[in-house]
Design a protein around this ligand. Structure first.
Ligand code: NAI
Length: 257
């Protein structure tokens, strides 16, 4: 069974590092034309030098003009756009009582408005083709949020609801829209890699598949969602968290080994 993505034009936001970089690499490996968008011009250039993306565009997804220009550049170079992966996202933490409103707005500007901007820019192209795949990074925080992470959790819950609405609005055009919820993947966004052994073990007790997540786990799901095999899946939130809190105490199974 093969997921044939050769020749597909795939835009990945936040492609410069972390999970986005691995998503870009996976689609390039599968023969897709990968376009990486990010704020970080230097890291984007490296992505291209390492042949992990065919085209890279410095773009702040919170700015609709920059996003429109980037999508126009994709249309000009490739004449189509098959897959949009809304991977870019930010986190900010603090108690809600004293949470800085400007920081709240920033989280929503990237995680919610950024997704709106990219979707609005690509939808006309996908409608023109009468096909397309939009794949949105939500988070396990959209299912169960964490203490001091209300902005992040609320923004990712918003992504899930946008995904469902868009899936319905775009169904008649042959476009599917799905979201995924990673659990815990050590990246620059979080402190998982810095946890001591005891703290890491407590965190891993939340999982049925008792290991940290990897960018490839997400990339593999994106490959499936982008391909022809997933055509009957839309409006879904797919959990790629290693079974985080699949039961109240997944660690119990590991402790009883
Ligand atoms: P990361 O912080 O390593 O990478 C995020 C990338 O997005 C960076 O390259 C950054 O420059 C880019 N970015 C940020 N703001 C941008 C903007 N305004 N315009 C364009 N690019 C922008 O994060 P990571 O961990 O790779 O996360 C990727 C996605 O996965 C995020 O949406 C995150 O919320 C989600 N996620 C990650 C989890 C994890 O455990 N790492 C868990 C659940 C969800």
């Amino acid at each position: 069974m093969q997921i044939d993505l050769s020749g597909r034009v795939v835009v990945v936001t936040g492609a410069a590092r972390g999970i986005g970089r691995l998503i870009a690499a996976a689609f390039t490996r599968e023969g897709a034309h990968v376009v990486g968008l990010d704020l970080e011009a230097g890291a984007l250039a490296e992505l291209q030098e390492e042949s992990l993306a065919e085209l890279v565009l410095t773009c702040d997804i919170t700015d609709p003009d920059q996003v429109r220009q980037a999508v126009a550049a994709v249309d000009e170079q490739f004449g189509r756009l098959d897959v949009l992966i809304n991977n870019a996202g930010i986190n900010a933490e603090g108690p809600l009582e004293s949470f800085e409103p400007a920081l709240w707005d920033q989280v929503f500007a990237v995680n919610v408005r950024g997704v709106l901007n990219t979707c609005q820019a690509v939808i006309p192209l996908m409608k023109r083709q009468r096909s397309g795949r939009i794949i949105n990074a939500a988070s396990f925080a959209a299912i169960i949020p964490s203490v001091e992470a209300a902005a992040y959790g609320a923004s990712k819950a918003a992504v899930v609801q946008m995904t469902r609405v868009l899936a319905s609005e775009l169904g008649p055009w042959g476009i599917t829209v799905n979201a995924y919820a990673p659990g815990m993947i050590p990246t620059a966004m979080n402190g998982f890699a810095a946890l001591d052994e005891q703290a890491a073990s407590t965190k891993l007790d939340q999982l049925s598949v008792r290991r940290w997540g990897e960018g490839e786990d997400v990339a593999n799901l994106c490959l499936f969602l982008a391909g022809d095999l997933s055509g009957y899946i839309t409006g879904a939130l797919l959990d790629v968290s290693g079974g985080k809190f699949a039961t109240q105490d997944p660690g119990a199974a590991w402790r009883s080994l």
